[in-house]
Design a protein around this ligand. Structure first.
Ligand SMILES: Nc1ncnc2c1ncn2[C@@H]1O[C@H](COP(=O)(O)OP(=O)(O)OP(=O)(O)O)[C@@H](O)[C@H]1O
Length: 481
């Protein structure tokens, strides 16, 4: 492996890397840094924890040092926590430059952000929704001179998932110059490659790590087959076991909904585990506070939704537990990638019910690895089953007495209003669409039934003709005899 100087980086940057314990470039850095320094667009697809952030931060800082001005670089990323993490890397590596950055994310004071933006920071790190809001509502800053546009977790930014960024991206792409370098990074770029190619057009350099296996070697990937009702008991048992055996390990637990995240956190607290939650229905300040508590190992357990599945770099995380089997292989890849980062070891355990087995097969096919069973003493799990399920029920009742569901409804309405839609009209439209969908389904079923009947009739007729033909044949044979 070559060193950083052979990649064309300046001494001051190499010194900064050394201070961070970064001595030799990782493969993604080795391949992408020279291409970016050459002025090419770049798409980098490398495994989780392989140093993709520095692969774009380093060349941008080098170019910024040659021609410093603001706003020089815009980084877009799907989550607020990730925006802070990326800005921190820019700040640490860019310290000798006196780098000024500005973080533009939802849930934080918009006026303060507008003021910072007007001061022409060198680097803006943003989530698309809030930045698009600023572009729509303010003329105190301009991005028409940016040299670099970076999409971190690029496939997530472009996919149309539950949070759809496409409208905001359109606004942002309209505000940045066509003459720029575009850099796209993720551990799972291949699915959205075509769309990405339309954004990066300047002799794009595409780099993908060669290995077939899409997760890192250092990761021990396991599953536990469990009935739905016993899942929580397995979870409590696993946490207890890891806490007893490895006091200093941190554990990340992923679950599918905000409500379940909240309930699981309440439940683990009842069992006196040091846990905190992270999901999108929490106030942003609380989200940051909880993440900070987890990062500093004051609380060793973080229960999160997929808002934390991408990009977060927390070296102490030794275990990832999937409380639900992810519906998409790429969600699995990002979730389990929160451990075994930068060459460290880690364990990922997925709780699988009998209804999720097809999902596990899809995951195994994508990652080209078979998950191994994690052996557990079932009797120990069954011993705590009743206590765990009763505690869960108590927590559910407690949560129901708060306005959690109501808040969810309000949040949904707020989001629609922000998108310029009327929540009542939207509900009506949804109901109508649902009705059309149902009618369509009924119609299809009716047609299918008719077709089946016709097929049956045809088949019967064919059989009858055959019988007649045989009878006739027999008759003629008889008559001939
Ligand atoms: N050349 C290097 N040598 C050693 N450590 C490195 C090197 N480059 C980066 N790191 C460290 O590796 C860790 C993971 O890097 P980073 O967060 O950039 O991973 P990533 O590839 O973006 O992962 P993800 O796909 O999960 O976002 C960080 O703590 C970072 O400081």
């Amino acid at each position: 492996m070559s060193d950083f100087s052979s990649l064309g980086l300046s001494d001051w940057l190499i010194q900064q890397c050394k201070q961070m314990g970064i001595n030799k470039p990782t493969p993604v850095q080795q391949s992408c840094v020279p291409a970016i320094l050459e002025g090419r667009d770049c798409m980098g697809c490398a495994k989780t924890g392989s140093g993709k952030t520095a692969a774009f931060v380093l060349p941008v800082l080098q170019k910024l040092s040659e021609d410093p001005y603001g706003i020089f670089c815009l980084v877009l990323t799907p989550t607020r926590e990730l925006a802070y993490q990326i800005a921190e890397q820019f700040r640490v590596l860019g310290k000798p430059l006196g780098l000024r950055d500005c973080i533009v994310v939802g849930g934080m004071d918009m006026v303060a952000q507008a003021l910072e933006l007007s001061k022409k920071p060198h680097v803006v790190v943003a989530t698309p929704g809030r930045l698009a809001d600023h572009i729509r509502s303010s003329n105190t800053f301009s991005m028409n001179k940016i040299r670099f546009l970076i999409l971190d977790e690029a496939d997530r930014l472009l996919e149309q998932g539950c949070t759809d960024f496409t409208k905001d991206l359109e606004v942002i792409l309209g505000a940045v110059p066509a003459q720029r370098q575009t850099l796209l990074f993720s551990a799972t770029l291949t699915d959205t490659l075509q769309e990405l190619k339309t954004i990066a057009m300047n002799r794009p350099f595409f780099w993908e790590s060669k290995s077939e296996v899409r997760t890192v070697e250092e990761l021990d990937q396991r599953y536990i087959l469990t009935p739905e009702k016993v899942k929580d008991a397995y979870l409590v048992h696993l946490i207890q076991k890891f806490q007893d055996d490895h006091e200093d390990w941190s554990i990340m637990i992923f679950t599918s909904t905000c409500k379940n995240c909240q309930i699981l956190n309440m439940m683990l607290r009842e069992f006196k585990f040091p846990s905190v939650a992270l999901h999108s229905m929490m106030k942003q300040k609380q989200r940051f506070a909880n993440l900070a508590k987890f990062k500093s190992s004051v609380f060793k357990i973080l229960i999160a939704t997929d808002v934390a599945s991408r990009g977060l770099d927390i070296p102490t995380v030794q275990v990832v537990i999937n409380h639900n089997t992810p519906g998409l292989p790429k969600t699995y890849i990002h979730r389990v990638g929160r451990t075994a980062r930068a060459g460290r070891n880690g364990v990922a355990i997925t709780l699988v019910t009998q209804y999720d087995i097809h999902l596990v097969h899809a995951i195994e096919e994508q990652i080209q690895t078979k998950l191994k069973e994690f052996s557990v003493k079932e009797s120990e799990v069954l011993n705590i089953l009743t206590q765990v399920n009763v505690t869960r029920r108590e927590c559910e009742i407690k949560l129901e007495s708060t306005d959690f569901d109501e808040k969810k409804e309000i949040n949904k309405r707020k989001q629609l209003i922000l998108e310029g839609k009327d929540p009542d009209l939207e509900a009506k439209r949804k109901a109508e669409l649902e009705k059309i969908r149902k009618d369509k389904k009924l119609f299809k079923a009716k047609i299918q039934k008719k077709q089946d009947m016709l097929k049956k009739k045809k088949h019967q007729q064919k059989n009858e003709i055959k019988v007649l033909q045989i009878k006739r044949k027999k008759k003629t044979v008889k008559a001939n005899n």
